[in-house]
Design a protein around this ligand. Structure first.
Ligand code: MRU
Length: 354
C-alpha cells in the first residue's frame, strides 16, 4: 500500500523521544485536535479515556510513552532509570485490561531495557535513546503486520463486495492502515469497488465517529447504520462478509472485541454470512486457553447515559452495566486473518506467539 487514508498516524513518536503526538480520538470527527504527551499520568489518562484507542495503537502509545517518560526523567543512574521504568509500567499496564497488545508492548520494552542495562549502565542517555528506537520498531513492525493482513484479507474479497464492519479497526486504531480495514484500503488502491457498512457501535460510537471519518478520507464508499439494523441488512442479502478487529484472541480462537461483536457473529451464522476476525499474531494470547480466561473491561455507566459531555440520553440515576468487550466463541468465526496467514476454524495456531 502506498497511500495512508489520513495524512497523520494515530501515534507519532518524536525521534528524540521527548513526546508522543496523538490525535485526540474523543473529539473526532468534529475537531482534529493533536496532543503532545510526555508525562506518564497524561499518557495513562489518554489511554484510559480512549483519546488513543484500538488494541495495536494502545500498545504503541504505551511503548513509546515509556520511552518518553525515560527520556524526560533526568535519571542519572541505572537504579533511578529502572525505578522510573517500573513505575511507568505499573501506571500504564492496567489502563485497559482486555487488549493484550498493551501488556505485550510493555513487556517487550522491559525485556529490551533488561537486555541493555548492563552494557549501558554508565551511558543512561544512550540507553534511553535505544528504548525510543525499540518503541519506534514496535510501531514499524505493526505497520508491516497491517500490510500483510491487508494482502491476506484481500484474497477473501471479490470485486463489488459488500462488507460490514464494527467499531474502528482501521488506521486510527493501529500504527497505520488498520486490521479489519486494511484489506479494504488495499482493495480500493487496486481499483476494486467495495461497499462498506459501518455499525455505529454504542455506547461511544467508534463506528459512527471514527470508521466513517477515516473511510471517507480514504476514498471508500461507506454507509453508516445503527447497530440494530445489521440483521435486516443480512436478511436482505446486503452483506457478503463481516470484517471485525480483535483485542485478544485465546489459544482456541475465542475472540474478545468491542461489545456487540458477538451479536454480529450470531447474526452472520444464522444468515450464512462469513464472519472474519482480523489482527496481528501479537493479539493471540497463548496463556488464555479460551475466552473465559480473558479479562473483560467494565467501564463507567456514564458512557451509556451521557456518552458525550452534556448529551444526556437517560436519567442520570438509572442503573447501568457497561462491559466494553465481549467474547465471540471460536465456532462462530469463519477465519482469523493474521499477518502470518489465514486460519480457519477449528483454530490451531502453528507459530509461537508472544
Ligand atoms: O474500546 P476500543 O475503541 O479501544 O475498542 C477497539 C476495538 O474493539 C477494536 O476492534 C480492536 O481494538 C481492534 S483495533 C485494530
Amino acid at each position: 500500500m502506498t497511500r495512508r487514508p489520513i495524512d497523520f498516524d494515530s501515534v507519532e513518536i518524536d525521534p528524540d523521544g521527548k513526546f508522543i503526538k496523538i490525535i485526540d480520538q474523543t473529539q473526532l470527527p468534529q475537531k482534529e485536535v493533536f496532543l503532545f504527551l510526555s508525562e506518564e499520568n497524561e499518557i495513562a489518562e489518554a489511554i484510559s479515556s480512549l483519546r488513543v484507542r484500538g488494541a495495536p495503537a494502545i500498545g504503541i502509545a504505551a511503548a513509546a510513552g515509556l520511552a518518553v517518560v525515560l527520556n524526560c526523567s533526568g535519571s542519572e543512574t541505572i537504579e533511578e532509570s529502572t525505578r522510573v521504568l517500573e513505575r511507568a509500567c505499573e501506571k500504564l499496564e492496567f489502563t485497559r485490561p482486555t487488549a493484550v497488545n498493551l501488556r505485550w508492548a510493555l513487556q517487550r520494552m522491559r525485556n529490551k531495557f533488561n537486555s541493555l542495562k548492563g552494557e549501558y549502565a554508565n551511558n543512561i542517555e544512550k540507553l534511553h535513546k535505544l528504548m525510543t528506537e525499540e518503541a519506534t520498531r514496535i510501531k514499524s513492525e505493526d505497520i508491516s503486520m497491517s500490510l500483510s493482513i491487508a494482502e491476506n484479507g484481500l484474497t477473501l474479497i471479490k470485486e463489488g463486495a459488500k462488507i460490514l464492519t464494527y467499531c474502528n479497526a482501521g488506521h486510527l486504531a493501529t500504527g497505520r492502515y488498520g486490521t479489519a480495514l486494511a484489506p479494504i484500503y488495499l482493495g480500493i488502491e487496486k481499483g476494486l469497488n467495495l461497499k462498506i457498512y459501518s455499525c455505529e457501535t454504542r455506547p461511544l460510537l467508534q463506528g459512527a465517529r471514527l470508521t466513517t471519518y477515516e473511510l471517507q478520507k480514504g476514498g471508500a464508499d461507506v454507509t453508516l447504520i445503527c447497530d440494530n439494523m445489521a440483521a435486516t441488512l443480512m436478511q436482505q442479502g446486503m452483506i457478503d462478509a463481516v470484517f471485525a478487529g480483535c483485542d485478544r484472541v485465546a489459544a482456541n480462537g475465542d475472540t474478545a472485541n468491542k461489545i456487540g461483536t458477538l451479536s454480529l457473529a450470531i447474526l452472520a451464522k444464522y444468515h450464512s454470512v462469513p464472519f472474519y476476525i482480523l489482527g496481528p499474531v501479537s493479539t493471540i494470547d497463548p496463556s488464555a486457553e479460551d475466552g473465559s480466561h480473558i479479562v473483560i473491561e467494565e467501564r463507567n455507566g456514564k458512557e451509556i447515559t451521557e456518552p458525550f459531555p452534556g448529551i444526556k440520553i437517560a436519567p442520570a440515576e438509572v442503573k447501568t452495566y457497561n462491559p466494553a468487550f465481549d467474547i465471540t466463541p471460536a465456532e462462530l468465526i469463519t477465519a482469523i486473518i493474521t499477518d502470518k496467514g489465514i486460519f480457519r476454524y477449528p483454530f490451531h495456531f502453528p507459530f509461537r506467539v508472544n
